[in-house]
Design a protein around this ligand. Structure first.
Ligand code: PEP
Length: 258
């Protein structure tokens, strides 16, 4: 499977960190370290809702794409505290993380809510970054591939054949998120290859060739080159290291194939 058919995506997930006033200094430190990054990858930063307008304003001149970290499964209405896909699109947000393990674990998101959110994102013009991944217990029990396949099939349930091409899949082993533990490049590659096989079984060879599969889980400047060199890993979803301009820049540069 040839990587050149797929876009490389390096996506930061700032979680509940940073203030609007920090975005410009962050960007001014990052940009000189990643000259011409848009030649080899799409860089996205997923920020908390209140930071979206400032991120859109600052990142625009540098061609950094802006993402949200969550959105409602509903179109509009009496859902206090929620944000809809239309509201994200209205201000120019391009990406949205869906089904991050922290949302599943801490806020009770299920495969079913993830599926509804994926539909809501794809019915509009958002690119959903759909997160799947296993716990340590599940890995040790040897059920990783089955579990990830089930999560992915559930997330895409009912998505028509012409629709999934805007989706991005992020394989994020839960035991590796924010822990400093990383999947070995071989293990990560093996699951990402399985993810691509699931996409192929659902949507055919073309979809499997073009849909990017990212790895996430304590990716940093040291492990990024080996992870990003894997055949079925098309980029990263990066938490902690995306808050540090030098580390994030090193990861973006590690994705440069030239
Ligand atoms: C994440 O939040 O998706 C993530 C991968 O975090 P970290 O890089 O900090 O493990």
């Amino acid at each position: 499977m040839n990587k050149r058919y797929r876009r490389t995506i390096i996506a930061g997930n700032w979680k509940m960190n940073m203030l609007a006033s920090g975005i410009k200094p962050f960007t001014e430190e990052l940009i000189p370290l990643v000259p011409d990054f848009h030649k080899w990858c799409e860089t996205v930063v997923c920020v908390p809702f209140p930071l979206l307008p400032e991120a859109l304003r600052v990142f625009k001149s540098y061609r950094i794409r802006v993402g949200a970290q969550n959105m409602s499964q509903f179109e509009s209405g009496a859902y206090t505290g929620e944000v809809s896909s239309a509201q994200l699109m209205d201000i120019g947000v391009g990406y949205v993380i869906i089904g991050h393990s922290e949302r599943r674990e801490l806020y009770g998101e299920t495969d079913m809510t993830v599926n509804k959110k994926v539909h809501a994102a794809l019915n509009g013009s958002l690119c959903p970054i759909i997160c799947v991944g296993e716990t340590l217990v599940q890995r040790e029990a040897g059920v990783t591939n089955n579990l990830v396949a089930t999560q992915l099939k559930s997330a895409l349930y009912g998505v028509q054949v012409d629709k999934p091409h805007r989706a991005v899949i992020a394989y994020e082993p839960i035991w590796a998120i924010g822990t400093g533990k990383t999947a070995t490049p071989d293990d990560a590659q093996q699951v990402c290859r399985e993810i691509r096989a699931v996409i192929r079984s659902l949507y055919g060879a073309h979809a499997a060739r073009v849909i990017p599969v990212l790895y996430g889980g304590s990716m940093n400047e040291k492990n990024a080159p080996d992870l990003l060199a894997q055949q079925d890993i098309d980029g990263g979803l990066i938490g902690g290291a995306s808050l540090k301009p030098a580390s994030f820049a090193a990861i973006i540069n590690a994705a440069n194939p030239f």
